[in-house]
Design a protein around this ligand. Structure first.
Ligand SMILES: [Zn+2]
Length: 268
């Protein structure tokens, strides 16, 4: 991150956040892009900008503003509404902006001695100058797994999706516990949620999931043994679905969709 030039006279991407929303345009790449002088920012808005990284060779900045301040362009939208509508890497950067803003908000005081923490300017971290404790943005590892059984795929209706207009059926997922390998986590989560054993666990890819700070690590696996028995605390129902007769599944742009499509290909 340190090698990115922090020139502010050239073009940059601006991730402007307020009260859990982000400023988006209704055209182009959605995220405001341009030089500071191109953009109708009120005076003083950029004083607390935070360099997030770069996208297409231009720096990306986080700016946090007071509640619903009119910054003179676009409107405030939810992060979720950008998913699948902006380029994947731009969405990931917007997610990074949200995670870092949340990190600053939730680490104002030292977890070790209780004194006020300060931002440091050479990396994204908070430091306590009283006891020297340093904190970094929190990332919570999660596994997500699509399971195949012959020509069928296991899909579940999660509690959190049951009230949707068209309830969505998806893969199983869960947080990694302290001291646990990802592979052990996949086996445990599947057994806890649906009571079956799986085999041939293979890593596919990952996706940052900034709701609020997960890192989804995607796997595929095959059924081994057992009957489906759902954990009612997590799931409404789970079934083996024929690949030609699927319920509503997650939208493109999500790792769940990618794992489901990979599993469908394996069934064919
Ligand atoms: Zn401290």
């Amino acid at each position: 991150m340190t090698e990115i030039k922090q020139t502010i006279d050239g073009n940059a991407w601006w991730f402007i956040l307020s009260e859990g929303k982000i400023v988006a345009l209704d055209r182009g790449d959605y995220i405001p892009f341009g030089t500071i002088s191109d953009l109708p920012f009120p005076n003083g808005l950029i004083d607390n900008k935070v360099l997030l990284g770069q996208y297409q060779n231009s720096p990306c900045y986080l700016i946090e503003v007071e509640a619903n301040l009119d910054v003179g362009l676009g409107e405030y939208v939810t992060l979720r509404s950008l998913l699948g509508n902006v380029a994947d890497k731009l969405f990931d950067m917007a997610g990074r902006a949200f995670q870092i803003a949340l990190f600053y908000k939730t680490h104002q005081f030292c977890g070790q001695c209780g004194q006020k923490m300060q931002r440091i300017d050479w990396e994204i971290a908070m430091k306590c100058y009283h006891c020297q404790h340093r904190a970094y943005p929190r990332v919570s590892p999660c596994i997500i797994v699509a399971i195949r059984h012959k020509k069928k795929i296991l899909l579940a209706l999660h509690n959190r999706h049951q009230n949707a207009e068209r309830p969505m059926y998806t893969t199983l997922a869960g947080f990694t516990e302290a001291g646990e390998t990802l592979e052990a986590c996949v086996e445990r989560e599947v057994f806890e949620e649906v009571g079956i054993k799986i085999k041939n666990i293979q890593y596919v890819s990952s996706q940052p999931w900034p709701f609020p700070h997960s890192l989804m690590m995607g796997f595929i696996a095959d059924y081994d043994s057992g009957e489906i028995q759902v954990d009612p605390n997590e799931l409404i129902e789970a079934h083996w679905y024929d690949i030609d007769d699927l319920p509503v599944i997650p939208r493109h742009g999500t790792i769940a969709r990618k794992l489901i499509e990979k599993t469908l290909k394996r069934c064919r």
